[in-house]
Write a protein that binds this ligand. Structure first.
Ligand code: ADP
Length: 403
């Protein structure tokens, strides 16, 4: 790496998509952002926005066969703006990797041994790690000389004490199959808990924060003095809060019942709980804007879905207040948390005895900046803190290659 290399390309490779951002680490400026969708279909789509060049979004449609073709198309778009992967200013590529198991608790420079270990984790993350691996291999083939760094979604949760991470099942069976609570959305929980401390003018080590990451996937975490002590997702992202399409917490016996009584296969049950449950299963919509619109029109199913969503959220706020003992802040983030004022209002309603309240006029403000929405008298700060997983991945990547 040369002294002038200050850019990091962040790649988030999903099973049929690649999201990317090219970030200048001098000041965190986005030089380009984009997304390739529907990889492997005839109707693949690449949307690229050359922010540095002040250009408009460029969209191309047409078959992109695989991740290799997708990354080549992304590289061509970047090169068209003078930001090609061959640029000496590129310091590293940072990859989001969903599952790091017990081994990867820090960002890691990827070599053959690391890649093998990420492969070994495929049985515990069959939906995510294979796509991440494909993205890494493709990027390595394009720039074999460049450091490639894996930043793991599970890493921030590695500090959970054993009594929070272990399921109360037979220890030998659990260990033989690496069954335990790993947690996800870790880069977001890390970033948001730190930003929340900054908003309070404190060091992360001084504050206890409950982070509510409410996107299409949703998770809560309890962060004590900058360290995660509990989180709502488990072996997989299915556990915990009610999500856009996932059930979250459920009696495991429901799955036996679906198999024995309803005659469903394991894959069907997996699909039901991951893709056809949560808000979409309850009311047919998973977009909170649409659900609120239906509630305003008097739709009872949408209202019940909202109430179930909020009830679960409240239970986690209560549980994590008990786990932390003292709560300094509750931080809402991600698509729903940052934008849906009614969700924030309802989740905190009635928690005055716990020192939590929301000021209606502050809650109604729309902004991209971290902000407090609690009244001055409230003992616990309630905050809206926009997440930035790509910046967090870029920062961790850059810090590692400069260490
Ligand atoms: P993910 O990264 O998990 O796909 P996001 O964090 O982008 O999800 O959140 C997407 C969700 O955010 C949408 O499904 C929608 O429910 C919600 N959302 C986005 N904008 C708004 C808004 N203005 N008001 C209410 N909800 C919103």
């Amino acid at each position: 790496m040369t002294a002038t290399a200050t850019r990091v390309l962040v790649l988030n490779s999903g099973s049929s998509s690649v999201k990317y951002q090219l970030i200048d680490m001098n000041d965190g400026t986005r030089l380009a952002v984009g997304l390739v969708e529907r990889i492997g279909e005839q109707t693949s789509r690449l949307a690229h926005t050359p922010l540095a060049a002040g250009g408009d979004k460029r969209e191309t449609e047409g078959a992109i066969a695989d991740h290799d073709a997708a990354l080549k198309a992304v590289a061509a778009e970047l090169a068209a703006d003078g930001l090609g992967l061959d640029s000496p200013q590129l310091a590293a590529i940072g990859h989001r990797v969903v599952h790091g198991g017990l081994k990867f608790t820090e960002p890691t420079v990827i070599d053959d041994a690391v890649l093998k270990e990420i492969e070994r984790l495929v049985p515990v993350a069959p939906l995510h790690n294979p796509a991440n691996i494909t993205g890494i291999r493709t990027a390595q083939a394009m720039r074999p000389d460049l450091p490639q760094v894996a930043v793991f979604d599970t890493a921030f949760h590695a500090t959970m004490p054993e009594y929070a991470a272990r399921y109360a099942i037979d220890v030998e069976t659990a260990d033989a199959h690496r069954i335990r609570r790993y947690g996800f959305h870790g880069t977001s929980h890390a970033y948001v808990s730190r930003k929340t401390a900054a908003l309070l003018g404190k060091d992360p080590s001084e504050v206890n924060v409950i982070v509510l990451h409410l996107g299409n996937g949703a998770s809560a975490s309890a962060v004590a003095g900058g360290r995660c002590v509990d989180t709502s997702m488990g072996l997989t992202p299915l556990e915990g809060l009610v999500m856009g399409t996932r059930s979250g917490d459920i009696d495991p016996a429901v799955t036996f019942h679906l198999k024995r009584v309803a005659g469903m296969s394991t894959d069907e049950i997996d699909g039901l709980l991951n893709k056809k449950s949560g808000l979409i299963g309850l009311c047919g919509d998973n977009d909170m804007r649409e659900i609120r619109r239906r509630i305003d029109e008097g739709d009872e199913r949408a209202e019940l879905a909202f109430d179930i969503y909020i009830h679960r959220l409240k239970k986690y706020i209560g549980a994590y207040s008990a786990v932390l003992g003292r709560v300094d802040a509750v931080a809402f983030t991600a698509g729903v948390g940052e934008n849906a004022a009614p969700v924030r209002e309802a989740a905190v309603a009635g928690l005055e005895e716990m020192g939590m309240a929301v000021d209606a006029s502050l809650n109604a403000v729309r902004s991209d900046e971290p902000r407090l929405i609690s009244p001055e008298y409230a003992r616990v700060a309630v905050a809206v803190v926009p997440t930035d997983e790509e910046l967090e991945i870029a920062q961790q990547t850059y810090a590692l290659v400069n260490a």
